[in-house]
Design a protein around this ligand. Structure first.
Ligand SMILES: [Fe+2]
Length: 327
């Protein structure tokens, strides 16, 4: 293995004042074994983490990661506490491969998943995300990634009053959880599965503990409203990030583009202006890089700094991107 990680530039990479986005490190010794790779990660962890804290996303290309098990070992080598999907409040339907590794999102291939910070619409969200491309799609299927510090900085310049409203008021999200998993939507995890409970009583206890309000429908589905969650967070280095689920909720959740009040509002229950949401969606494109996957790629994302999504795709090949989350 190289003495130091070998960072390279790739086509279309974005360039910010603090450097390239994403950072890309390539393997220069193809005969390295998965075990030696784990040693290499541990040896170079400080340098890799420094680069991650600067860029917010680190792409590893050409390393010997080819299956869920080697991806599990690679992601575990960083030593971060595991953030298990079962314990999360994510409503995306997924399939587990190992305790740590599961499918990125089982939404149908024609569905686009818009930019978001993982689980920012819940009170509990992971710090870091590992994605591994087992099989890239024939056409499309890129993972767009967007720097939220850059986005918030741009919003402050374009519309300081709106940026301040987000900072000061925070957000509330309303979600609808069906009584049974709905695999067609990709966001249709049942309330039992989302909340890790069996009964309505247990669901209510959990929601109460987390500060949610809720109501039940005749079809036994659940409408849950979060406590006030931040729309903007400050990182340890003092940088502000637009840490939320607004783009994904506005662009992708059913019926929300026509009526944002259905799912998102400011923390004081006031409406978020549609022109403000449109402005954010448009600004985000300036800071977004489409990661076109190659088989075997792994990307490590700082979930506090960088949003991600999934482009739609087509073709015969079954796109398989696996995920491991870290607390
Ligand atoms: Fe996600």
């Amino acid at each position: 293995m190289p003495e130091q990680p070998n960072f390279i530039e790739i086509d279309g990479q974005l360039s910010f004042e603090d450097g390239n986005f994403p950072s890309v490190v390539v393997n220069t010794q193809p005969n390295i074994s998965p075990c030696e790779l784990v040693d290499w990660v541990q040896e170079h962890k400080p340098g890799l983490e420094l680069e991650l804290s600067r860029s917010g996303a680190l792409l590893f290309r050409g390393f010997p990661v080819g299956c869920a098990e080697s991806f599990d070992s690679f992601s575990a080598a960083f030593g971060y506490p595991n953030f298990t999907y079962q314990e999360s409040l994510s409503n995306a339907v997924r399939i587990n491969f190992t305790e740590r590794v599961f499918t990125a999102n089982e939404a149908p291939k024609e569905v686009e998943i818009y930019l978001h910070h993982e689980m920012a619409q819940t009170p509990i969200s992971p710090d870091k995300l590992f994605f591994f491309c087992k099989t890239a799609a024939d056409h499309g299927g890129a993972t767009p990634i967007c720097r939220s510090d850059q986005l918030f900085n741009a919003l402050q310049q374009k519309d300081p009053a709106l940026a301040k409203r987000f900072s000061d008021k925070g957000l509330k999200y309303t979600s609808h959880m069906p009584a049974k998993d709905d695999h067609a939507s990709g966001q249709g995890r049942s309330w039992q599965s989302t909340l890790s409970v069996q009964t309505k009583n247990e669901a209510e206890t959990k929601l109460r503990e987390l500060g949610y309000s809720w109501s039940w429908s005749d079809d036994h589905s659940l409408k849950a409203i979060t406590p006030v969650l931040p729309a903007v967070r400050t990182l340890n280095n003092g940088v502000k990030v637009f840490y939320n689920q607004l783009v994904a909720a506005y662009m992708g959740w059913e019926g929300v583009r026509d009526n944002p009040d259905k799912a998102i509002c400011f923390g004081d229950d006031s409406s978020i202006p549609i022109d403000g949401l449109e402005q954010i969606v448009s600004l985000a494109t300036e800071f977004t890089y489409d990661l076109e996957w190659q088989d075997g790629d792994v990307v490590l994302i700082d979930n506090k700094m960088t949003m991600h999504g999934r482009r739609s795709y087509s073709g015969e090949r079954k796109r398989q991107v696996l995920v491991a989350l870290a607390a």
